[in-house]
Design a protein around this ligand. Structure first.
Ligand code: 13P
Length: 252
């Protein structure tokens, strides 16, 4: 089963609008064709509109880093999935461990967000991943499996097949201590196996699973060589033009 790779940068809470514009100006026409790879930048919500203008007529796609699960209403400070979709945004990253740990997001919230994102015609990039404590206790597969099952609850087989799942062990995020190739493969396969158990092997064969956590230009090819790793979700190395473009070199 061949799945198109998907490389997504997650800028987190970085860059001004001017810096974002300059970055997009430098990379939008320098990425490989989306016949070969889907290339995505997850930007702060405040400049999603400018990002969409900047990538117009190029193969670069744009993601939001979060959204709320209601379309409109009295939810001060939240970003509506309907509003994000109306800007033409392609993907929304949900369930990042920073959202879970610092902002108290639950599996139930993430599931509601996944439904809201599909309702609005976008694609979720759904993050999962265990803490160092859980990893060291040998419970990573069980923990991550439960996160994935909960996030996908009630979605249709078609929706799940088109979703992107991002396995990001918390201990590897921003630490420079990336997972081994074997661990990344084992865990991305475990994520796919949960999809197979819940939605069938056909769906599992289609869903794309990314690895994230200290992915850099010099280790991305090792992950992309794994049969169950279909892409990467990249923080730090997505912030600079040169390193972002170098992440895409594995395509050639
Ligand atoms: P780093 O690539 O900086 O480790 O961040 C990973 C991440 O959290 C992407 O969502």
């Amino acid at each position: 089963m061949s799945r198109k790779p998907i490389i997504a940068g997650n800028w987190k809470m970085n860059k001004t609008a001017k810096e974002a514009r300059e970055f997009i100006g430098a990379v939008a026409n320098a990425i490989p064709s989306n016949d070969l790879v889907d290339t995505v930048i997850g930007s702060p919500a405040i400049f999603l509109e400018g990002m969409k203008k900047g990538v117009k007529d190029t193969d670069l796609k744009v993601a939001a880093q979060n959204c709320y699960f209601e379309d409109f209403g009295a939810f001060t400070g939240e970003n509506s999935p309907a509003t994000i979709a109306a800007l033409g945004v392609d993907y929304v990253i949900i369930g990042h461990s920073e959202r879970r740990d610092y902002f108290g997001e639950t599996d139930e919230d993430i599931n509601k967000k996944a439904h809201a994102i599909f309702k609005n015609g976008m694609t979720p990039i759904i993050c999962c991943g265990e803490s160092l404590e859980t990893y060291e206790a040998g419970k990573a597969e069980e923990f991550v499996g439960a996160q994935v099952s909960a996030a996908l609850k009630g979605l249709s087989a078609e929706q799940v097949a088109s979703s992107v799942l991002a396995y990001e062990p918390i201990w590897a995020i921003g630490t420079g201590k990336s997972a081994t190739q074997d661990d990344a493969q084992k865990m991305c396969k475990a994520v796919r196996d949960v999809v197979a158990a819940d939605f069938g092997q056909d769906v599992a064969d289609k869903v794309r699973v990314q690895y994230g956590g200290s992915v850099k230009p010099d280790n991305i090819a090792d992950y992309m060589a794994c049969p169950d790793v279909d892409g990467a979700l990249v923080g730090g190395a997505s912030l600079e033009v040169d390193s972002f473009l170098a992440l895409l070199d594995f395509v050639n």
